[in-house]
Design a protein around this ligand. Structure first.
Ligand code: G6P
Ligand code: ZN
Length: 558
């Protein structure tokens, strides 16, 4: 079938600036005339001739409302802009880790992922679009800045309106666009990813552990996000778990009104179920499948910081690492430093990067980094270039199988060996932007004054002496690029820290994140909320949180 390309005049939209992970706005904004079209044109133009011409792009999303409309636009505009081939998950479904894997195993030139990750979905909620490069990872700052620049001057976009693809049907769709072939492959959404997991983990051992003579009491919660079909294939079909071990496994456009963010607040059903004591492991994943939360018996909570460090400590029980070796670890700056102690014990490099998975990519490509994570419930490795929720759950099953211990025992053994980094994060969501910016400016001025160093703060019988106050910046060791303004840090002499930054993933207003970390070498079995109280009070006082945000309490505590 021959189709023609149309050039449509347009005018720029304000604020098409990708944040920590792509562009996220309300569905209503993406649905405005030309809004999505403009943004897709910016992606394709920023990708440039060499990527577009004759290229293969992987396309998919987390099943949220507006997915089909967005993919339809992406297909028509990719064809019009000279892309040769698209690979799209059936019904438009692909988890973020699956896209990363497909890009890598098909040597694609990149991918477009339609997701707002863990943000709620539905007509009144969020949509999002991000571009991943040929290494399978999120586009770096240089690329997203280029997209933003184009968005400010865009005058037209190209579209081939005659192209229509039935995303329900797996198969190859061929078109002729102005004399050039254009192919759309609708593919099975899970097969490639499942194969990858089978290469990384010992599915034979895990099957015996999950469904052998003594079946594991496990509850895997897809939160009605994209992981449902992956969870069913891996845990039920491959590892032999029963249907009752997996819940919320049908991707829904509004996530069934769940907030698909795997933490103690939003994955409340999982927490309640685990609290009742009937399960030995619980895991939940976010809307697009890259985040994870791990819970033990009676909802014993493993912080993402500890989860990362414990997996690092046990890397050898995962066949992938045993086979390929491990060169180094990394964590984002606000992530607690438990990992650093494991790195030291194993005599490996550990990197501290800004928030955002994209900062791990270069280190992985240069083979300096094999395992990394963030406090924001992201854990992953160099098997792909995104964090990976299901991978993290399989890593924990491998550790449980290897140690024959409970999650609580594994965690406590870890603290006894390395000490404990008590950690909490307070989020103040949807605050007014201007006063929050002011708060950050004032706080930066305060903590970067030379006389701030050495200052003592006391609360609840604890005294903390300031060692350093700064605004974190990062120089990429591989390409030398510099990211500034990545969060305010107050580091105390005993290694405890207060970190404050504004979220880069919200879709409206400002979200303030306050991260509190206190290290204890021996006093490791206390309640985190009690241990952290003094430092939390100090942080609230130094930042004057209430004055600037007008809030007495955070919206979410993790
Ligand atoms: C996404 C990114 C992560 C990041 C997280 C929080 O999940 O992929 O890399 O840590 O958002 O970002 P934020 O800017 O909202 O703190
Ligand atoms: Zn996500």
């Amino acid at each position: 079938m021959t189709v023609t390309v149309k050039t449509v005049p347009t005018t720029p939209f304000e604020g098409q600036k990708p944040g920590t992970s792509g562009l996220r706005k309300k569905v209503k904004v993406f649905a405005e005339k030309n809004y999505t079209e403009n943004f897709i044109q910016c992606i394709l133009e920023a990708a440039g001739e060499s990527v577009i011409n004759g290229s293969l792009l992987v396309v998919g999303g987390d099943g949220r409302f507006f997915l089909k409309e967005a993919i339809d636009i992406i297909i028509k505009m990719s064809a019009a802009n000279g892309v040769s081939r698209l690979m799209i998950g059936q019904n438009g479904i692909l988890s973020t880790p699956a896209v990363s894997s497909l890009i890598r195993s098909n040597k694609a030139n990149g991918g477009i992922i339609c997701t707002a990750s863990h943000n709620p979905g539905g007509p009144d909620n969020d949509f999002g679009i991000k571009f991943n490069c040929e290494n399978g990872g999120p586009a770096p700052d240089a690329f997203t800045n280029k997209m933003f620049d184009i968005s400010k001057t865009i005058k037209e976009y190209k579209i081939a309106e005659g192209i229509n693809v039935d995303l329900n049907v797996i198969g190859t769709n061929k078109f002729d666009v102005n004399g050039k072939p254009f192919v759309v492959d609708v593919i099975d959404a899970v097969a490639n990813y499942v194969e990858l997991m089978k290469e990384i983990f010992d599915f034979g051992k895990l099957k015996e552990f999950v469904s052998g003579s003594k079946p594991l009491k496990m509850r895997i919660d897809g939160l009605n996000g994209v992981t449902g079909p992956y969870v069913r294939e891996i845990f039920v079909n491959q590892l032999g778990a029963s249907d009752s071990n997996v819940v919320h496994t049908i991707p829904l456009p509004d996530f069934g009104n769940l907030h698909p963010d795997p933490n103690l607040t939003y994955a409340k059903d999982l927490v309640d179920q685990l609290s009742a004591g009937d399960y030995d492991i619980g895991a939940a994943f976010d809307g697009d499948g890259d985040r994870n939360m791990i819970l033990g018996h009676k909802a014993f909570f493993v912080t993402p910081n500890d989860s990362l460090a414990i997996i690092a400590d046990f890397v050898d029980c995962i066949p992938y690492f045993k086979k390929n070796g491990v060169t180094g670890f990394a964590r984002s700056m606000p992530t607690a430093a438990a990992l650093d102690r494991v790195a030291k014990a194993k005599n490996l490099e550990v990197f501290e990067t800004p928030t955002g998975w994209k900062y791990f990519g270069n280190l992985m490509d240069a083979n300096r980094l094999c395992l990394c994570g963030e406090e924001s419930f992201g854990t992953g490795s160099n098997h792909i270039r995104e964090k990976d929720g299901i991978w993290a759950a399989l890593a924990w099953l491998s550790i449980m199988e290897h140690t024959k211990k409970s999650i609580e025992e594994i965690s406590k053994d870890f603290w006894k060996k390395y000490g404990r980094n008590y950690f909490t994060r307070y989020d103040y969501e949807e605050c007014e932007l201007a006063p929050c910016n002011q708060m950050m400016t004032d706080l930066e001025n305060l903590i970067t004054k030379p006389e701030f160093v050495g200052k003592e703060f006391s609360n609840g019988g604890k005294i903390y002496k300031v060692k350093l106050g700064d605004n974190f910046s990062y120089k990429d060791p591989i390409d030398g690029s510099v990211a500034t303004n990545q969060g305010l840090r107050i580091i105390f002499e005993d290694g405890s820290r207060i970190v404050m930054r504004l979220s880069g993933t919200g879709s409206s207003g400002a979200t303030v994140r306050m991260y509190i970390e206190a290290y204890e070498a021996t006093n490791v079995l206390e309640a985190a909320s009690e241990m952290l109280k003094p430092l939390i009070n100090i942080a609230l006082e130094i930042s004057q949180m209430k004055k600037y945000t007008g809030r007495d309490a955070p919206t979410v505590i993790t």
